[in-house]
Design a protein around this ligand. Structure first.
Ligand code: HEM
Length: 434
């Protein structure tokens, strides 16, 4: 068993002013320090204090203050999400990755963004999300039963990663026996967004887009012949939206389905996995949470509120999605720094979510934190369309896990995914009774 000692964030190496200045003035997203992925937070803190709008060697800008991120998110007319310019040299304009990442709604501006978002939001209603809950509870309980029978398992493979694939699969009514490849495709396509891309990652991403397109062409053709209830089925809604004068081309339809299938995968897996690893590393916080859950067990509303606050704190503290990007369509000033027209801007969500200007004692996991204005879901016109679903998955997965295995413990050090953009683990072995 791995004994929780001091949370990694508490072992901050002595941060002298000289060290902070050196970190901030040499930071390059394309050449990260070796220990960065294990604990990026001291680097984020140095940047926030010293160079919150940092000019990087490749001419792009790296933003770490909460207020600056909010300002950029708010001004979508100046800060574009369209990635045609940025991704042309990265992928080549004739590659499947280029076609995919420049067609999905998240990387577009109005009018394509507005049309697709409206269709998706129309299907992700409060009622549709409430409908997801019974199936989600049953799925989670089945996974917990299987783990209980073995007395051990892997937090990621056996639990966190097994939940989102089914939920998103249900949302688009992907037949159960066809869901096998979805997670691998998602990891490969989103992995290709890393700041530095290896040839192997690129090839895996290209292959995944091609395979997913082929699969979805058949699924869409079948759904056109046999439509489902458009109030519930996102795919039927996207298809029928075409008939309402909100026509999506076949390419737009397919790539936005790919994006939807991918968007809620790794992010939600990481929310659940990061939360359960965090609780192991912060035993006192875990004990306090268990106490509050126990005290509210007969008051469903308060019980839900305890879990909701915890989920939002996990999202703040270890944000699944650490980086976002925008391109300045005209010259602008951010945080007092003039940015030229065409500036590529990286928004560091992980740093903004620990900004002491907004969060008291930001390096501490505080599961009772209120007024938690984290940016884990982004902000503004592109704010995560699946945030209610993700929060629901988080509450149910984390809450029911703790109710079943309150004394769980990691049995070996967890293994990180090795990505700067998506923060999470690929393995975290545990025993149910630590
Ligand atoms: C913990 C889980 C999740 C996190 C941390 C997360 C995070 C984010 C972030 C940061 C953005 C904004 C990107 C930007 O502004 O550039 C975003 C957008 C989006 N997310 Fe999520 N997401 C999660 C789960 C989900 C789920 C479950 C779904 C699907 C149902 C989903 C669907 C979307 C969509 C469609 C967009 C694009 C919205 C737009 O461009 O208007 N996400 N997400």
């Amino acid at each position: 068993m791995v004994t929780p000692t001091v949370p990694p964030e508490a072992i901050t190496p002595p941060m002298t002013p000289e060290r902070a200045a050196a970190i901030a003035s040499t930071f390059d997203l394309h050449a990260l320090p070796p220990d960065f992925l294990a604990n990026p937070y001291p680097v984020y803190a140095a940047l926030r204090e010293r160079e919150p709008v940092r000019a990087m060697p490749d001419g792009s800008w790296f933003l770490t203050r909460h207020a600056d991120l909010v300002a950029v998110y708010r001004d979508a007319a100046t800060f574009s999400s369209d990635k045609h310019v940025e991704f042309a040299p990265k992928y080549g304009t004739d590659s499947p990755l280029y076609e995919h990442h420049t067609t999905s709604l998240v990387f577009n501006d109005p009018p394509l963004h507005t049309r697709v978002r409206k269709l998706i939001m129309g299907a992700l209603t409060r009622r549709a999300i409430a409908d997801v809950e019974p199936g989600l509870v049953a799925l989670v309980d089945r996974l917990l039963d299987a783990i209980e029978a073995r007395g051990q398992g892997d937090l990621i493979e056996d639990y966190a990663a097994a939940i989102p694939v089914e939920i998103i699969g249900n949302l688009l009514a992907v037949p159960h026996d066809e869901r096998g490849p979805l997670r691998g495709w998602s990891l490969a396509i989103l992995g290709a967004l890393e700041p530095v891309l290896t040839p192997v990652q690129r090839q895996a991403g290209e292959r995944a887009v091609r395979e997913m397109l082929e699969y979805l062409r058949a699924l869409v053709a079948d759904r056109r012949r046999h439509p489902l209830d458009p109030q519930r089925d996102v795919l039927t809604r996207l298809i029928q939206g075409e008939a309402d004068g909100q026509r999506l081309s076949e390419t737009e339809l397919l790539h936005n389905c790919i994006f939807l299938l991918n968007a809620g995968h790794e992010t939600t897996t990481n929310l659940i996995g990061n939360a359960l690893v965090c609780l192991h590393e912060w035993p006192q916080e875990k004990a306090r949470l268990l106490q509050r859950l126990h005290a509210t067990r007969d008051r469903p509303e308060q019980h839900e509120a305890v879990l909701a606050a915890a989920v939002d704190e996990f999202l703040r503290f270890e944000s699944s999605n650490q980086l976002g990007n925008r391109r300045a369509l005209r010259a602008a000033v951010v945080g007092g720094v003039p940015l030229p027209e065409g500036a590529l801007v990286t928004l560091c969500i992980g740093a903004a979510n620990r900004d002491p200007a907004v969060f008291a004692d930001p390096e501490r996991l505080d599961l009772t934190r209120s007024d938690n204005r984290h940016l884990a879901f982004g902000f503004g016109v592109h704010q995560c369309a699946g945030l209610s679903l993700a929060r629901l998955e988080g509450r149910i997965a984390i809450g029911r896990f703790l109710a079943r295995f309150p004394r769980y413990a990691l049995s070996a050090p967890p293994v990180r995914g090795g990505r700067a953009r998506f923060r999470g683990f690929v393995r975290a072995p545990f025993v149910t009774e630590g």
